[in-house]
Design a protein around this ligand. Sequence first.
Ligand code: XMP
Length: 520
Amino acid sequence: MSLDQSLKKILIIDFGSQFTQLIARRIRELGVFSEIVSHKKIKNKNINNSIKGIILSGGPLNVYEIKRYSFDRKIIQNGIPVLGICFGHQILSKLNGGRVKQSKHREFGLANIYKKNDSLLTYNFFKKKNSLKVWMSHADQVSKIPKNFKVIASSQNSKFAIVENKLKNFYGVQFHPEVTHTENGKKLISNFIFKICKIKKNWSSKDQKIKLIKEVRDQVGNNKVICALSGGVDSSVVAQLLNKAIGKKLYCIFVNTGLLRKNEEKQVIETFKKKLKINIIYVNAEKEFLIRLTNISDPEKKRKIIGNLFIKIFERYAKRIKNVKYLAQGTLYPDLIESKSVTGSQTSKIKSHHNVGGLPKNMKLKLVEPLKFLFKDEVRKLGLELNLNKEIISRHPFPGPGLAIRMPGIITKEKINILKEADYYFIKALKEEGLYDKIWQAYAALLPVKTVGVMGDNRTYEYLCLLRAITSEDGMTADFYEFKKSFSQMISNKIVNSIRGINRVVYDITSKPPSTIELE
Ligand code: XMP
């Protein structure tokens, strides 16, 4: 393994925590470059002058399972400042002669820590208070700190919640400063990197762009790549990134599944083919999708059918282009977390997100997923850096299976047309009222129930339209958006009066969890 020496960096040594990428994200937000390496691969000979600080991540291991974390202890003997987080804190103590044992009281969730001593690490961290709420997630804990270590803060169950050895520049925290639940956690990370490691800002969206372009070039070399362009934020950013990286070796395939939003296919071709001059192939597969989905109402079946047909179409076109080796996808970090456990321990599967879980096992193309360690807001910043216009960048997320999963029950052409109209009026109204950018995602759905209404003097018996609008940070949790009565009234009138087939509008007021954002 060799580490890039061109940029000063914080090295994050990963012991398998689901939060490791969040540590990297916080450091990026602070404008500093960082690199994540596995504890199994990094050896002392790989350490070079570009490393200004080391963070040991959390993880599911136990410090006494020496074999499972074959960590080269010489790495922390080079005089480079070290911050251990959770398991990282325990291993740092253990390697310096402290003791770790199973705690009587496991701590999962919020806990109060109390300030005991001052430290550079906690400069302005407690603000003017003596106690803060932090996010704990551990069963073991440090039971005796090494010689020359000092307690900086304690919680009720963890006496050694923050410790330091100022002389050696070793710091340990039992909690997770990288998660947003920890009050002021970013300040603690900022103190470590700027005050203790003394690294200067060296990282921006522009640097991110340059690095990702280089990585794509290194990965695919001279080979051809196809990209599933949907017109959504993620695939648009991937397409433009690859366009900059490999130009005409990129072949974007835009599949019109017939399950897209109104006029979407026209807009995508206009933007990507005409304005951005990206190599793009338009496939009208409307009929093929509709036939395969006939009489299918089970949500997972719909997702699998759509996901598999997508891939089949890519492979079909890839063959026509000849010698395609790679398929590029806009997978983001939260997609990876939700579809499989990042630490390798199995979590329960919620839905088959078709850009991750639904890929057939025998797929012949290799994957290029340049955004897989980024979060949505970082992808948007990257998109702006790549000169994509704000309209594309600020688009609400749209799922791969499209309108199919916003139409519980069977799918028909008639229902699709009704739904396209309802969604169009809803989104248009949000834009006109200046609400679109305040909402993380909004859409209309068509429920497979008909209800009675009265229009003029006539009885109607038509479909129920459900509107959903949520606020969220990353789609993993969400709350419903609270509209004013005037807006609700206006949009309900507009939909019922303009669209034949809908005579009632309801609003979804559930959060995620317990619901999910999409209906299926
Ligand atoms: P859920 O419904 O799981 O959705 O709460 C979370 C976010 O993911 C989007 N989503 C998908 N995106 N392929 C995608 O590319 C999919 O199969 C898929 N399913 C859900 C959803 O729109 C929301 O933003």
